[in-house]
Design a protein around this ligand. Structure first.
Ligand code: CP
Ligand code: NVA
Length: 301
């Protein structure tokens, strides 16, 4: 059976740490212009039910730099979009390509796909999780500040897919996570419960950020929640990451955001454009960390 990466819990913490070390190695190789076309003629299928800039470009670039190829598949022009069952699509595609990444809505869809796939499946975002982004975020933290184990991280805003993957990262990379959300927007109870005392749920963003090493936020309305945008803008208005909020974190605290960002909503322009904001490195590291992930999935199993 193929090994899949649907959540951060699919790999053990030693493997995850190894992947991040390898990601930095692959980054250094690319910077030095060293050839690393390890996977000639290997093909990635890329299924996108939602929009993307970073995810699409990083996966496609990764496969090209490995000497392979990636095929972009959108529901607009595949039979998946016309109702061909997920199970049948998984069986067919995985007889042709070597690895598949999927960005979709319900997490259950990707689980069903993986069950019927002969080749590794990577979660490139569902409504529930965004594990690839966490590989990049933790790599970025390690590169700037050393090991994240034992550090304090604040999540401000919506208890969404990114927040869920942060909770799993707190388990796997052993850091403390304080989450501040408005009432009714907390992360999934079962996911929080699994993290035990590594995660604290709060209402007050200042309490969450106080003395932390890293402050993270994300959009107030995720893809698929466009209809709730106006209402969410009202509910979340006290959850903007501002310079005043960053001032209660540690003086050398970093700021991260998976992007795309809405300046003036979840984050002020001053914060995202400040020197301790590492959002561009974070975006770049999607490429390097996913290369390490692809290499692992194509070679180890
Ligand atoms: N952060 C992220 O996944 O970006 P895209 O939606 O552009 O892929
Ligand atoms: N929470 C956001 C993340 C985008 C990368 C969304 O799901 O739209």
């Amino acid at each position: 059976m193929a090994l899949h990466f649907l959540t951060l819990m699919d790999l053990d913490n030693t493997t995850l740490r190894g992947l991040l070390r390898r990601a930095s190695e692959l980054k250094a190789m690319q910077y030095a212009g060293k050839d690393h076309a390890y996977f000639p003629r290997r093909i990635m299928g890329m299924i996108f039910d939602k929009s993307s800039t970073r995810t699409r470009v990083s996966f496609e670039t990764a496969m090209a730099q490995f000497g392979g190829h990636a095929i972009f598949l959108s529901p607009r022009d595949t039979q998946l979009g016309r109702g061909e069952p997920i199970e049948d699509s998984a069986r067919v595609l995985s007889r042709m390509v070597d690895i598949i990444m999927i960005r979709t809505f319900e997490h259950n869809k990707i689980e069903r796909f993986a069950e019927f796939s002969r080749v590794p499946v990577i979660n490139a975002l569902t409504d529930q999780y965004h594990p690839c982004q966490l590989l990049a975020d933790i790599q970025t933290y390690h590169e700037h500040r050393g090991d994240i184990a034992g550090r304090h991280v604040a999540w401000i805003g919506d208890g969404n897919n990114m927040c869920h993957s942060y909770i799993e990262a707190a388990i796997q990379f052993d850091f403390q996570l304080r989450i501040a959300t408005p009432a009714g927007y907390e992360p999934n109870h079962d996911i929080v419960k699994r993290a035990g005392d590594r995660v604290t749920l709060l209402r007050d963003p200042r309490e969450a950020v106080h003395g932390t090493d890293l402050v993270v936020t994300d959009v107030w309305a995720s893809m698929g929640q466009e209809d709730e945008q106006a209402q969410r803008r009202r509910v979340f208005c006290n959850y903007q990451v501002t310079p005043a909020l960053m001032a209660v974190a540690k003086p050398d605290a970093l700021f991260m955001h998976c992007l795309p960002a809405h300046r003036g909503e979840e984050v002020s322009a001053e914060v995202i454009d400040a020197a301790n904001s590492v959002v561009w490195e974070e975006a770049e590291n999607r490429l390097h960390s996913q290369k390490a992930l692809i290499e692992y999935l194509l070679t180890k199993h």
